[in-house]
Design a protein around this ligand. Structure first.
Ligand code: FAD
Length: 496
């Protein structure tokens, strides 16, 4: 309730926030987590908590009246549709030059993501987090994160025979025929459950095309891993549909202002609590927006000048290829990707072979590439508009397109195929308008010290993707989790 005092307040319930909550609670600290999205623990009228990708309804998008699907066209026709405005699970947050997709709800991005759980190659790590000792990460914190998240890889024998990975096998064949290294990619999906889905013995989730708008069964989201363990300590409470708007110094502790919202997004009431420690875990965008606003409006004026800087898109770019009729990708496609092309070292991309779970044969191979895009944007406060803006420009994706082309031009030449031009608009090849992987804005050892402390304000910490300077060379959440494990261990030992 309003006026309460808490030892530790965590803003956001994604990867960074969940790690912080669990480890603080295990150390005997009472933790209150504030989450702007819903709890996602109650089924709708159809008996399901989340809606299907093929039938987006009120549960799909965060406060929109029309869907904004990442692939917004098919065969040249727009596929977006009207929906009731609701605090749905996927936010398509629009900045001037890029749409940033993020999860909203208890579990953050783990609710909506593909679950691809990738540890960067050790040789690439110095570029990912230059101030962090690789030996401690690869010796202790990556293994701890992988164990805590429940990471595993598809059974290779099952992969070879199941209809639902026909699309991945076609992707592999084409990659290998052009000489590109092909890798299995670990995931937090329960692979035994997926095999039972294929056998028809359990309700389908990955095999029903569930992705983007939540996953009803097989994915081990944070609600099933870190947050379940945090709840079991008895020291963690979560307030969903509560949004932090301010964190202000108050004589050694902090006054946190929180708006409670209803499912239309309307503010129901505004509360304040005081907290000895506040952990910013609102995601790269959420944390950056809060810190930039609080610095610019004089609430936290001593935050340093690095706040808001160093934001990157993890080099995300998407494309599709049109296969020949003798290379069908299958009308049954697991919505959980399990493999990709690892051409990073050669300057190309880490490209996942992604599903197009439309339920019909598309003869398309679809890829999400992660590339070494060097561009970095910054968040700034627009005082007259009263909002935080991001300086990213759409043209800054060109290096990513060029890197992805170095792979897919070669595959197309070898296979005698062409790019699909009907997935992102009318005659548009590249999905260069979005990212799923926002990173940075409060970079480790720049905006914070080397453990995420906002040193001008003792007791304030950043512990999420905002710490990572724009690129992880692979999908980011294992690195976000491992870094949070490293930082919270140090903070508990040194500060508590
Ligand atoms: P988040 O997980 O974003 O959590 C932040 C939380 O804070 C959210 O729940 C948000 O609602 C809440 N919040 C924000 N502002 C406030 C506020 N002011 N008050 C209260 N609460 C607030 N990564 C991978 O590694 N593998 C994948 O396969 C993968 N696939 C993806 C697919 C999609 C469609 C998307 C959108 C992302 C994907 N990602 C993937 C990215 C991954 O989900 C993110 O990198 C990760 O969730 C970021 O973790 P985080 O802890 O920084 O923040």
């Amino acid at each position: 309730g309003s006026g309460a005092h808490v030892a530790a307040l965590v803003i956001g319930t994604g990867y960074g926030g969940s790690v912080a909550a669990l480890r603080l609670a295990q150390a005997g600290v009472d933790v209150h987590m504030i989450e702007m999205g819903k709890a996602w623990d109650t089924p709708g009228a159809d008996g399901k908590i989340f809606c299907n990708t093929r039938e987006p309804d009120y549960r799909s998008y965060w406060l929109r009246t029309r869907t904004k699907a990442p692939l917004n066209y098919f065969l040249g026709f727009p596929i977006d549709r009207d929906i009731p405005r609701h605090t749905g699970v996927l936010d398509a947050e629009e900045f001037a030059g890029i749409t940033v997709y993020q999860g909203r709800g208890v579990g953050g991005g783990s609710l909506v993501n593909g679950g691809m759980a990738v540890t960067p190659k050790r040789e690439n790590f110095p570029a990912v987090l230059p101030s962090v000792d690789p030996a401690e990460m690869y010796g202790v914190y990556y293994p701890r994160a992988n164990a805590g998240l429940g990471v595993a890889t598809v059974d290779p024998a099952w992969f070879e025979t199941t209809a639902c990975y026909q699309y991945a096998r076609v992707g592999r064949k084409h990659a290998q025929r052009s000489g590109f290294p092909f890798v299995f990619v670990p995931d937090v999906y329960d692979w035994d459950y997926m095999e039972q889905e294929a056998a028809g013995s359990v309700p389908q989730s990955a095999l029903a095309g569930e992705i983007l708008y939540g996953n009803n069964y097989g994915k081990k989201s944070l609600q099933k891993t870190y947050l379940a363990r945090a709840a079991a300590t008895g020291r963690v409470t979560i307030s969903p549909l509560h949004r932090v708007t301010s964190v202000a110094p108050a004589g050694g502790s902090y006054t946190v202002t929180i708006e409670q919202i209803d499912t239309t997004g309307a503010v129901v009431t505004t509360k304040t609590v005081t907290a000895d420690r506040v952990f910013f875990a609102a995601g790269s965008v959420g944390t950056s927006k809060l810190l930039v606003k609080l610095k610019a409006t004089g609430v936290l004026p001593a935050l340093n000048g690095e706040v808001g800087k160093g934001w990157g898109d993890n080099g995300n770019v998407m494309c599709g290829r049109a296969n020949h009729l003798w290379d069908p990708t299958g009308k049954l496609q697991s919505a959980i990707p399990c493999c990709g092309i690892d051409n990073w070292t050669a300057g190309g991309a880490f490209a996942e072979v992604a599903p197009l779970p439309t339920g019909i044969e598309t003869y398309a191979s679809f890829y999400l590439s992660i590339t070494d895009n060097p561009n970095r944007a910054r968040f700034s406060w627009n005082a007259s508009a009263g909002r935080v803006e991001l300086s990213w420009q759409t043209a800054w994706k060109q290096p990513s397109i060029d890197m992805a082309k170095s792979i897919f031009d070669k595959i197309n030449a070898k296979e005698g195929t062409i790019y699909r031009t009907d997935l992102f608009g009318v005659y548009k090849i590249w999905g260069d308008h979005l990212t799923y992987h926002p990173l940075g804005g409060a970079v480790l050892n720049k905006a914070t010290d080397n453990y995420g402390r906002l040193t001008a304000y003792p007791g304030l910490y950043v512990i999420d993707g905002a710490l990572i300077p724009g690129n992880t060379t692979v999908n980011p959440f294992v690195t976000i989790t491992a870094l949070a494990e490293r930082n919270i261990e140090h903070i508990i030992a040194a500060d508590l």
